[in-house]
Design a protein around this ligand. Structure first.
Ligand code: FES
Ligand code: FES
Length: 218
């Protein structure tokens, strides 16, 4: 049996050499603009990018040099030691980290501290004291709006902000008319509080507390 004629005859050595040449051709240097630019505020010792941040928290001014990746939640808990704000999921899903930033409630775990430079933040510690609690805090105590209490700071901050949202006429998913001020109804309160989870299931008592402060009939 004869071997068929072959126009191209490549040895294994030829093939490897061709592959190596191709790899070399691809390994061209990246254009200067595509290379990582030096970080201007990087800490000289650690190389970590940092930024000077001024936070007004509960009426006090704090100047912090923070890793730019620090969440507002970690800035509050780890740098300012305001541990009333809780870390539940750290993914924006439970509402345990709710604080009021410039009048609006936010999930502090989803917000970078540098985004609040110069801003005002109110945490559960800033709402009231054990001696002089905020009406919402007092209502949660009166109605047993908690069991383990882990979700409670977020629930209270959220509830305070919810009443403000309704007063300001901000509609929700269940608002019947987007052009008029929403009703202070239990349905509105339930919908607006739906981002604050309670693993203990204290929802009925939480709603009782909020409805008392809101002055609506359940
Ligand atoms: Fe922020 Fe759960 S800890 S939403
Ligand atoms: Fe325990 Fe809400 S009181 S999670």
């Amino acid at each position: 049996m004869t071997t068929p004629p072959n126009d191209i005859t490549l040895s294994r050595r030829d093939l490897l050499a061709a592959g190596a040449a191709g790899t070399t051709a691809l390994a061209v240097p990246r254009p200067a603009a595509a290379q990582a630019a030096p970080v201007p505020d990087a800490n000289a010792e650690t190389g970590v990018p940092t930024h000077q941040v001024v936070l007004h928290v509960n009426g006090q001014v704090h100047e912090l040099e923070l890793d730019t990746r620090t969440s507002l939640l970690d800035a509050l808990r780890e740098h300012l030691h305001l541990t009333g704000t809780k870390k539940g999921c750290d993914h924006g899903q439970c509402g345990a980290c709710t604080v009021i930033a410039d009048g609006r409630r936010i999930n502090a775990c989803l917000s970078l501290a540098v985004m609040h430079d110069g801003g005002k933040v109110v945490t559960i510690e800033g709402l009231g004291t054990p001696e002089r609690p905020h009406p919402m805090q007092a209502a949660f105590v009166k109605h047993d709006g908690y069991q383990c209490g882990y979700c409670t700071p977020g629930q209270v901050c959220s509830a305070v902000a919810v009443l403000g949202e309704i007063r300001d006429g901000i509609p929700s998913h269940v608002s019947g008319d987007l052009t008029t001020r929403p009703l202070l109804s239990p349905a509105e309160l339930r919908e607006r509080m739906s981002g604050n989870l309670c693993r203990c299931g204290a929802y009925a008592n939480i709603l009782d507390a909020i409805t008392e402060v809101a002055g609506v009939t359940p």
